[in-house]
Design a protein around this ligand. Structure first.
Ligand code: ADP
Ligand code: ADP
Length: 223
């Protein structure tokens, strides 16, 4: 499903080279639930950005399902990103003046082809995650846990092959974090491939496999 080979990414910072990713080899099978942990500055965000085709490594190969992402130009990479990858962020990133349902439908705005079934799918997703009664609410009327569940529904709208999350529970109290983890586990049980960055050992414990980064390298892989 995901194959990273010898991925390297260097940033130039005040005359110094910072090796954000220093030779990452990683294979993720379809339907796997993988957590990425590591100290601040170890390369977690850079790795997630490469997996999300948001950032291009300096060298190495990245294949996602049938797409050799590393061989694509920027337009083709962004097309793959919109079609195959869903993103969830620590701070939810919902638009405050759109209703919950309109927010969940946002990925359709960027789709090349209008999907007449998207609205029905959005409502079904919101019902499934317990927000069926909130579709017409504005984000300001929801709790943090509800906002993150709505953001997950939005990330799933286009039925992505890969769901990526950057600290999805970082802004949540422990009860809401447990709700979000339960939802992620349910998605995993349904076959969704999931990769998330987290500092929270309880969230990582819910994943199948934890990858520890240190100085841009994979330091340890724990089941
Ligand atoms: P983490 O997510 O684990 O905190 P990052 O991937 O954000 O780590 O960063 C890895 C290293 O690369 C850090 O030293 C960081 O300062 C550096 N870095 C990340 N992004 C940039 C950038 N856009 N420009 C310069 N340096 C960067
Ligand atoms: P996170 O909480 O995800 O680790 P960071 O604050 O490390 O977030 O990084 C936020 C964004 O800023 C990332 O996209 C990262 O690539 C970029 N970034 C990180 N370090 C630097 C840096 N030293 N200079 C420029 N951009 C950076």
């Amino acid at each position: 499903m995901i194959e990273l080979r010898e991925i390297r990414k260097t940033y130039r910072q005040g005359g110094n080279d910072i090796r954000a990713l220093d030779g990452i080899d990683l294979h993720i099978a379809p339907g796997e639930f993988v957590a990425i942990m590591g100290p601040s500055g170890s390369g977690k965000s850079t790795l997630l950005n490469v997996l999300g085709a948001l950032d291009r490594p300096d060298s190495g190969r990245y294949r996602l399902a049938d797409d050799e992402i590393s061989a694509l130009d920027d337009d083709a990479a962004s097309e793959v990103r919109n079609r195959r990858i869903g993103f969830v962020f620590q701070s939810f990133h919902l638009l405050p003046r759109l209703t919950v349902l309109e927010n969940v439908l946002l990925p359709q705005r960027y789709a090349r082809v209008a999907d007449p079934e998207a609205a029905g799918r959005a409502v079904a997703l919101l019902e499934r995650i317990g927000l069926g009664e909130r579709t017409g609410h504005l984000p300001g009327q929801l709790s943090g846990g509800q906002l993150q569940r709505a953001a997950i529904a939005r990330a799933l709208l286009n039925r992505p092959a890969l769901l990526l999350a950057d600290e999805p529970t970082g802004n949540l109290d422990s009860k809401s974090a447990a709700d979000v983890l339960a939802l992620l586990k349910e998605l995993h049980a349904g076959g969704q491939t999931l990769v998330l960055v987290t500092h929270d050992p309880a969230i990582a414990a819910g994943a199948q496999r934890t990858i520890h980064l240190r100085d841009g390298r994979i330091d340890e892989v724990a089941a």
